[in-house]
Design a protein around this ligand. Sequence first.
Ligand code: SF4
Length: 412
Amino acid sequence: MEVSDKVNILSAAAKYDVSCSSSGSRRKNIPGGVGNASVSGICHSWTDDGRCVSLLKILFSNDCCYDCVYCVNRISNDTPRASFSPDEMADLTINFYRRNYIEGLFLSSAIIKNEDYTMEQLLLTVKKLRHQHRFNGYIHLKAIPGADSRLISEAGMHVDRMSVNIELPSEKGLKLLAPRKKKEQILGSMGNISSNIVQFKEERKVFKHTPSFVPAGQSTQLIVGATPDNDKNIITLSENLYRSFSLKRVYYSAYVPVNDNPKLPSLTGPPLVRENRLYQADWLLRFYGFKASELLDEKQPNFDLQLDPKAGWALRNLNVFPVEINRADYLMLLRVPGIGVKSAKRIVIARRVGSLSYDDLKKIGVVLKRARYFITCRGKYYGGINLREDAIRPRLLDGSSSNGDVQMTMFD
Ligand code: SF4
């Protein structure tokens, strides 16, 4: 099989992994220009220092020996198969790089033969790139759960980011849909990467020439909607992962139905709004000081598809509102719908020199059409309605989609 055919098969097969998001951009090169934005499998990602880089996003192989029920590459599917050799993969990457198509590589793989063999092939590829081709660009490598920890540790010394996909958010889900995947193996591989990151960082403080290990950190992906796991289970799992393994990111991927199987839910399309709510909640965990247990509980185990999680929390906790803008502490300001991290910081700084008026809040960037129901300013309430859920809720829904199939924006 020609390498170009392998590229077509294996870049298409990589699209279900969202740990590295696709640009979807299509733009041809122009005379005198360098590079184009539509080569098969090219996507964009962000490095640790915030740079946006274009990556070749591809599988090493889709010839899988596992039979995960939800996956297009499962052994029992009749689908075109292809595998690279480490030389082919390294040559392809370096040629794309030299032509300025890409700045880096996002390499994942199905399980060929077994976990160790697959990890060895991936390791060989990144070693060839780094040593033989002296490739210095960004590499994000999938670690194969259950592979020998020495292989994963060695790979970590050659790449910028690693990820181990959990995919299904519970052990029950794994048993049902991916019986060969084991929770202990997945968490064991994550723990191995996490402890190496810490150890290498500590050593670098003492010995300057200690090599770096996965300097851009590790991430994972959770599939949303393939199993009956509720949002509370998912967001609690994410919270634990951030805490236990210092993950850089948890990515949420709305389940895309590709196989027919009685074990799979019958969905008309991927649950994109649910995916969006989980991203918003994840943001609240990481930057707004919320705990998973505050966002959802046994009584309400799933996010409201019509309201963002922060507005939902505020409506369930009206007893703490309205808050006085000129006195509330930073963390409380962050809990007001319509006030983000930037505007909360600006409020705290601005009020040091004098009390803020309602008009000042507009200039600061507060989204007053949402915040007005939850604040007072110089003691005055500007909501114009009673502080009751049934009164406020319809006003917060304005402009929101109630259609469960539509992708929504991340921010107000
Ligand atoms: S291990 Fe499972 S999810 Fe991964 S490629 Fe193979 S069948 Fe698909």
